[in-house]
Design a protein around this ligand. Structure first.
Ligand code: HEM
Length: 406
């Protein structure tokens, strides 16, 4: 059987990539794609190797195969990367994340109150979009009434992914970024004058401070004149990074439980399994599809000659279904342990929001299944997704459940 390997820099290639993933892992794990103009990495071993070796595969020339757009700390290498990460990390301490837990539960309950009598909804727009958006808004200290606006900005910015400059989606994307920045700028000034506990205040304070205790005994010097620019780019990255990713983990999780209803019933019967279940949802779904790196020095990988300047594209979904690491890789198994998936990346760029994302997915499914025990997708195999090569971008999931009668 011949398998066509699609151009994995194009969003539509991820509509049904499973056959191609399998073939690549088995026959050509470091595959040169003429169409994509880059190397395609499909196995767990190479994706983790590349993520762990920034000296051979760097981020500073961009982490999207066809764009060098600044994505804040995502597109930096050490030592600059570590410096900025040290700063922004202040907004993601375990304490700050824990502080949000009761509120995440409250938000989820409010949304459930609104939908529980309906019996059928669109799971994405009626449910999954809300919690990640509200959490990001809350974390940044934005007015909750800005939710709709944030939603539009975030989706428009994400929809520009991988498009040429003349594509209307790119123009919408640039316009959304501009509007968002116009909204954020006065807030930065306001929080500088009246700081509180939110991320904008914490980061504005940290960027202004001049020196910074990294927590490892070293203190960094002032970072130059770019503080506000860096902060703005980071706040753009944060809205996009924290929103569609977690939304797709929730949406994809519901599809997964609809495909494996025995696992849903098992979780409902054994709620203490939630932590391994969350990890397994994130592995099985892999909401982030791909990131790239640039080769820094000529060298060989799996018998292929990689040249300085070549791009390598890491396929996270494929790495997370690698049978040599995950037994029964195509099955959702909520007790999978250990579960060394790469859905949050690996190495120095490991997802900064991983613990927050885990907490959101955990609370959302705890509350959802506590109330709507038989909720399921009408067609678990139908994937209605947008044209996007960065995130799964599920647009809608018609679901049904037995309505709660109050
Ligand atoms: C299930 C949800 C999520 C997934 C699957 C995910 C995935 C990823 C991945 C794969 C990377 C690594 C990028 C690379 O190696 O180049 C990353 C980095 C990052 N993520 Fe997430 N993410 C999620 C949620 C979040 C949330 C909720 C936030 C923030 C609120 C966030 C913020 C970030 C940031 C700031 C980075 C850059 C870290 C660095 O470059 O040092 N992510 N994420």
């Amino acid at each position: 059987m011949t398998v066509t390997i699609p151009d994995f820099t194009r969003g539509r290639s991820f509509d049904d990539p499973w056959e191609a993933y399998r073939w690549l892992r088995e026959h050509d794990p470091v595959h040169w794609s003429e169409e994509a103009g880059c190397w395609i990495l499909s196995r767990h071993a190479e994706v983790s190797h590349v993520s762990r070796h920034p000296e051979l595969y760097c981020s500073k020339h961009g982490v999207r195969p066809k764009a060098a757009a600044p994505l804040s700390i995502l597109t930096m290498d050490d030592p600059e990367h570590q410096q900025q990460r040290g700063i922004v990390n202040r907004g993601f301490t375990p304490r700050q994340v824990r502080r949000l837990a009761p509120h995440i539960r409250e938000i989820t309950d409010e949304i459930l109150d609104e939908i529980q009598n309906r019996g059928e909804i669109d799971f994405v727009s009626d449910f999954a979009i809300h919690v990640p958006l509200i959490v990001i808004a809350e974390l940044m200290g934005l007015d909750p009434s800005m939710r709709k606006q944030l939603h539009r900005w975030s989706d428009d910015m994400m929809a520009g992914e991988g498009r040429g400059p003349d594509d209307p989606a790119s123009q919408h994307s640039a316009q959304a970024a501009l509007e968002y920045v116009e909204y954020i700028l006065p807030l930065i000034e306001e929080r500088r004058a009246n700081p509180s506990e939110d991320l904008i205040s914490v980061l504005t304070g940290a960027f202004d401070e001049g020196t910074l205790d990294t927590g490892s005994g070293t203190t960094l010097e002032r970072m130059g004149e770019l503080e506000v620019d860096d902060l703005i780019i980071f706040l753009i990255a944060l809205l996009v990074a924290g929103n569609e990713t977690t939304r797709n983990a929730i949406s994809g999780g519901l599809l997964a439980f609809s495909r494996f209803p025995e696992e849903r019933d098992r979780l409902i019967a054994n709620p203490e399994m939630i932590d391994t279940a969350v990890e397994e949802i994130v592995r099985y779904v892999s909401p982030v599809l791909s990131f790239s790196r640039t080769v820094t020095t000529d060298h060989e990988l799996c018998g292929k000659e990689l040249k300085e300047g070549d791009k390598v594209l890491m396929l996270y979904q494929s790495a997370n279904r690698d049978e040599s690491v995950f037994a029964d890789a195509d099955r959702l198994r909520i007790d999978r342990n250990p579960n060394p998936h790469l859905a949050f990346g690996f190495g120095p760029h490991y997802c900064l929001g991983a613990n927050l994302a885990r907490l959101e997915v955990k609370i959302v499914f705890e509350e959802l299944f506590a109330r709507l025990r038989d909720i399921r997708a009408v067609d678990p195999d139908a994937l209605h997704r947008a044209d996007n090569a960065l995130v799964l971008a599920i647009e809608r999931i018609p679901v049904v459940f037995t309505p709660v009668r109050d």
